[in-house]
Write a protein that binds this ligand. Structure first.
Ligand code: SF4
Ligand code: SF4
Length: 722
């Protein structure tokens, strides 16, 4: 096997020009006004709506109301999440929620999905989004099937699974985020694991310093200077300001602990007081102790008047827990000798209704209020964070179902798709390994033409049936345009990972182009190319006459596909949507993705190309295919030339040139790698002692008869078209 390095010809000037053009692109779409349709949807779902507020908050949510009563909320998903769909552009959905966090309507306002622009009827997309009516925002919705019995499943849009998965992600994530921000729902309960339990069986004697040292007791020390600084720039800046000499004086020295663990509670309160306290707690309740000294009282006097402690609140998971006088117990006696004396101490009970998790971090917020007028005041808050040491906790192990659900819920969309297509991915992986093996052992196979013919037919059948028919894995020039645009508009891997088969094929194709040229894809992995090749072979079997153009004409017609590619690229600079429409010059969507189930003119075009192919092999590939042109351009960069030639090739021998059924061999014997589809026919001839004229001459000279029966490649001599 000979290796030769091909010189790299890449015009830097051309690239710079391209770059400059690309940099002038406009950026991603943003939520905007879509006119009548937005109002129509609102009145269709909530026809009693009287007022629609202005967009409010970070997610620009409008409140829908009637007679002062809130009926629901409406927003555009693009104001909440920006998830690229198959086209690389986000899908914008208008979602209407009711005040209980149930989706009332989800309507796709804008998308750029190529398959839906021309192909699958748009009603199918609207039909799909309509299935979200009645689903709660905190439910898990899976497109297809799920092992989670609690998940809601919706059927995908046939032929547009990736788009359906993106729409699902867009609606559910946006609706959940908005509902959370509006307080309509709490955190993700669908996959929540049960809270930790405080271990009541573990006790270790400990003194105050030990408890402070191991994190059982936490401290917040504030000086007067720190508090003054926190009011800077507010109305209360000058209220009760400390003098320079007082700035380091203690404002408050606050200590905090959780009392349920025996190693804390029993040590701090003493055996009797601890038992009494624990006996008074109802299931799910927790007790904390707050102790403070200094000039500021954490209790204040508000609770005496209003029954609520207004200087301390507890926060966990974004929830706020305030304490009432009923939650308060005096703490006078403590059992630790080395504990400092405090001005005030209190026990607060966290009621079970707050669903407090003793094993998760929480904090006590100290509110410092300064009076700025007879009834007005300004607050400054300070946080004392707390996390119970792990030794006091017992964490329930999540069940396998919970773990699976949590893992499934936290997976990014593209990974979910990879999981769902793991069988197809494995089959494709094996097929690509086989193809790599064929390429590496191409000489050995070319010496056995009958075997190679069957291997190739089998592979082409696999490409048509599995890659095309089943996996819909047909690369397209639209992928190329999307990729180039993505490079300059913000490249995101997930944009390309959402279709695993297409992604793997692209990775393999890119590598094979750099190693051997575009022929590996076009000759082996393109479903439409394989369909043409098998169709032509069948036609020749039935003796359908074959026609070829004279090489000079054929060579000039090659340019057409490059012109089409450049035209598509130019149009895409102005409008990607238009370029996607024009990319219908590719019959792939009709023949492969939609299996000829679409408007007659598309079917006629694709069928016409297949019909012409019966008389002249791969006419579409040779002259029209913009994807083939895009793949041919970097073919010049390939590292290897493994297709063998002799010095007699072209002069005088023309056998391979006539045999090559896509006329990729120049009359002078050179193989044009930009056009070659790597079918290996010419290599079978090259190795055939009974067919390759220079080899026959050599054999004759050696005066030896061939030792093997000839396995001749049937040569079809076709007259040039007039
Ligand atoms: S030229 Fe186009 S249709 Fe033909 S095999 Fe290559 S990519 Fe497929
Ligand atoms: S016959 Fe040879 S040159 Fe022609 S497409 Fe096949 S491998 Fe390429």
């Amino acid at each position: 096997m000979t290796l030769s390095f091909v010189p790299l010809h890449l015009s830097r000037f051309w690239l710079r020009g391209l770059l400059a053009l690309l940099l002038s692109f406009s950026s991603l779409a943003h939520a905007r006004d879509y006119g009548e349709i937005q109002q129509q949807r609102i009145h269709h779902v909530l026809n009693q709506t009287e007022t629609i507020s202005e967009p409010e908050g970070r997610f620009k949510v409008r409140t829908l109301s009637a007679a002062g009563k809130v009926l629901g909320y409406v927003f555009q998903s693009l104001d909440v999440v920006d998830i690229p769909a198959y086209s690389g552009k986000p899908i914008n959905v208008q979602v209407i929620l009711d005040p209980a966090g149930v989706i009332l309507d989800a309507y796709v306002l804008e998308h750029h999905e190529p398959i839906l622009l021309i192909g699958i009827a748009e009603e199918k997309l609207h039909g799909f989004s309509a299935r979200y009516s009645g689903i709660r925002v905190d439910q898990r919705v899976i497109v297809g099937h799920s092992s989670d019995p609690n998940a809601v499943t919706v059927d995908a849009i046939a032929g547009a699974t990736v788009t359906a998965m993106v729409v699902n992600e867009v609606i559910m994530r946006a609706a959940h985020d908005v509902a959370l921000s509006l307080g309509l729902v709490k955190g993700d309960s669908a996959v929540a694991v049960a809270p930790a339990r405080v271990r009541e069986d573990s006790y270790q004697a400990a003194d105050w310093n030990t408890l402070v040292g191991n994190g059982s007791v936490r401290r917040l020390h504030l000086t007067r200077g720190q508090v003054d600084d926190s009011f800077k720039g507010t109305e209360a800046e000058q209220v009760e300001v400390a003098s320079a000499g007082q700035r380091d004086d203690t404002f408050i020295d606050l200590y905090l602990t959780q009392l349920n663990p025996p190693s804390i509670g029993r040590n701090l309160l003493g055996e009797t007081q601890y038992r009494t306290l624990m006996a008074a707690l109802k299931p799910g309740e927790q007790a904390i102790a707050v102790m403070g000294s200094g000039r500021y009282s954490f209790k204040g006097s508000g609770y005496v008047r209003g029954g609520i402690f207004d200087r301390v609140v507890l926060r966990q998971f974004g929830d706020t827990i305030s304490f009432r006088d009923l939650d308060f117990q005096r703490l006078d006696d403590v059992a630790l000798d080395d504990m400092p004396a405090f001005d005030e101490m209190a026990i607060f009970i966290i009621r079970a209704s707050h669903r407090f998790d003793p094993g998760s971090p929480w904090s006590l917020e100290l509110l410092v209020r300064r009076q700025t007028g007879p009834v007005s005041g300004t607050f400054s808050s300070f946080e004392l964070a707390y996390q119970l040491p792990e030794a006091y906790l017992e964490r329930p192990l999540p069940s396998a179902a919970q773990l699976a659900a949590a893992e499934e819920a936290s997976r990014p969309l593209w990974l979910t798709l990879w999981y769902q297509k793991s069988v197809e991915i494995s089959v494709l992986g094996v097929a690509l390994l086989v193809l790599t093996g064929i390429l590496f052992f191409q000489d050995a196979l070319a010496r056995r033409p009958r075997l190679l013919h069957w291997v190739r037919r089998g592979y082409l059948l696999f490409t048509v049936v599995f890659l095309g028919g089943y996996g819909l894995a047909q690369l397209s020039v639209v992928n190329v345009l999307t990729f180039v645009h993505a490079l300059f508009e913000g490249f995101r891997w997930e944009l390309f990972l959402t279709d695993p088969l297409i992604f793997i094929l692209w990775v393999f194709t890119a590598a094979s182009i750099l190693l051997w040229g575009r022929g590996v894809f076009c000759g082996w992995l393109c479903p439409f190319g394989a369909l043409q090749e098998l169709g032509n072979e069948l036609a020749r079997r039935f003796k359908v006459p074959q026609y070829e153009l004279p090489f000079a004409v054929h060579e000039r017609l090659w340019a057409i596909k490059y012109i089409i590619l450049l035209a598509l690229f130019g149009v895409s600079l102005e409008s990607m949507a238009t370029a996607e429409r024009l990319a219908e010059v590719e019959p792939f969507k009709t023949a492969v993705t939609l299996r000829f189930d679409r408007q007659w003119w598309f079917v006629a075009y694709a069928a016409g190309l297949l019909l012409i192919n019966l008389f002249t092999r791969k006419v579409y590939c040779r002259y029209i295919c913009p994807l083939g042109a895009a793949l041919a351009m970097p073919t010049r960069l390939r590292l290897f030339d493994w297709l063998k030639r002799r010095k007699e090739c072209g002069n005088p021998c023309q056998l391979c040139a006539k045999e090559c059924e896509i006329q990729a061999i120049h009359p002078d014997g050179r193989i044009n790698a930009n056009e070659c589809h790597y079918c290996l026919d010419c290599q079978m001839t090259w190795h055939n002692e009974n067919k390759c004229p220079p080899l026959i001459n050599k054999r004759k000279k050696r005066g030896k008869a061939s030792t093997t029966d000839a396995q001749l490649i049937p040569v079809v001599q076709v007259p040039p078209a007039p």
